[in-house]
Design a protein around this ligand. Structure first.
Ligand code: MTE
Ligand code: MO
Length: 380
């Protein structure tokens, strides 16, 4: 973790200046690259245009480095200037409005949290692949996730500076966080979630200023909740006495379809696991240490089971440390692979008793697919 005071205004100015230079270079590159500042090489990312999916087999340590962190954006990454950037905090549930500079935030007590950011649509491609029913949106397999150490100011501390009126409802979606990208992506959370200790306005990612494509200079970190709540390039927060309806709660990020008579507005992610091998991996016959990841929005991973016979029998994988709630656990299993076409199924359980289900209802926008996935592997 980082000592307080290790993030200085100077460090952010330097990042901003380098970013501005990098940003203007990025414009001259290939069409997909124009949207991002960082390189998005095909060895590391599956290319979905503006969205870039991490090839989980390229990850080594516990934390996902910026070079490998998936990108999910609704518009090109804006390159913001920290000298003019401000955070506005306003709304009819607050005693007073605030306008904060990055320096103001750097002076507040900081907190570091290790957690995942995962797209609500992670796994969406499997609705088509295994249920034969396409859901609209980016056809992610399971690489729409990354785990980082985020450092910043608890959102609750900033809201306390503004003073939340005492009669404000606490469990409706009335705390809106808004980005400064051209489309001003925004999404609300509840006051209960906003005041959780680990809900942050983060200015640092793995000990460095938050990378340009991931929200520089400030992004929301809302552990366990759908990726969309982790608003990047934050510029404005609004707290209202009533629920805040925006397209990301009325149109998108809702469960809808034949099995949902009423729309369900998404809050938490679902428990999942993945094999860190290419999709359709080819392995030589013999002993292999198969590895992967498992994660839950609500607790630590307590068990990962693996099936090598299409679900007839399951064996426990070993779990490595660290294993942090709302981040992920790495699992490993030794496999004596015989020639042929195989699938590896994995099933995670957390310490709250949640497990990956045998089936999941289809929904039109393809959220929450968390059935154990038959990961294809050819052994030669
Ligand atoms: N301002 C802004 N914030 C945003 C988005 C966006 O397009 N604009 N995308 C959201 C979505 S849908 C996801 S899954 C995460 C992705 O974060 P990442 O690109 O850092 O991986 O950011 C969220 N925050
Ligand atoms: Mo997302």
């Amino acid at each position: 973790m980082y000592e307080q005071g290790s993030f200085t205004r100077r460090r952010f100015l330097a990042t901003g200046a380098a970013a501005l230079a990098a940003g203007s270079e990025a414009v001259a590159q290939t069409p997909a690259q124009k949207l991002h500042v960082k390189p998005v090489p095909a060895e590391i990312f599956i290319d979905h245009g503006i969205n870039q999916e991490t090839r989980l087999e390229t990850l080594r340590g516990y934390l996902t480095p910026a070079s490998h962190f998936f990108v999910r954006s609704h518009a090109a990454s804006p390159v913001l200037d920290v000298r003019t950037w401000r955070l506005r905090v306003e709304g009819n549930a607050l005693e007073r409005a605030l306008e904060l500079t990055l320096d103001d935030l750097l002076r507040l007590p900081s907190r570091s949290v290790i957690c995942f950011v995962e797209c609500a649509g992670n796994g969406r491609g499997f609705f088509k692949e295994f249920m034969g029913k396409v859901a609209s949106g980016t056809q992610w397999r399971l690489g729409g996730i990354g785990v980082a150490e985020w450092t910043g100011v608890p959102l609750g501390a900033v809201l306390e500076l503004a003073g939340v009126k005492r009669d404000t409802p606490r469990d409706i979606l009335n705390v809106l966080v808004e980005g400064l990208d051209t489309v001003k992506v925004n999404r609300p959370m509840s006051l209960i979630k906003a005041f959780e200790d680990d809900t942050l306005l983060a200015y640092a990612f793995n000990g460095e200023p938050v990378p340009l494509d991931h929200g520089f200079p400030l992004r929301a970190i809302v552990p366990g909740w759908v990726g969309i709540n982790n608003i990047k390039w934050v510029g404005r927060i609004e707290v209202r006495s009533g629920a805040i309806d925006v397209p990301t709660t009325t149109k998108t990020y809702v469960l809808e379809g034949p099995d949902y008579p009423n729309k369900v507005v998404l809050r938490q992610q679902t428990i999942k696991s993945a094999v860190a091998l290419p999709w359709g991996a080819v392995l030589a016959a013999g002993r292999h240490r198969v590895r992967g990841f498992a994660w839950s929005p609500s607790g630590r991973i307590s068990r990962v089971e693996v099936s090598l016979d299409r679900g007839s029998t399951w064996q426990p994988a070993s779990l490595r440390e660290p294993n942090i709630a709302r981040a992920w656990a790495r699992w490993e299993l030794d496999w004596d692979a015989r020639p042929g076409d195989h699938v590896i199924l994995t099933r995670a359980t957390d310490d709250r008793g949640n497990s990956q289900p045998a089936s999941v209802p289809w929904n039109a926008q393809g959220y929450g697919y968390n059935v154990p996935v038959p990961h294809p592997v050819k052994v030669t």
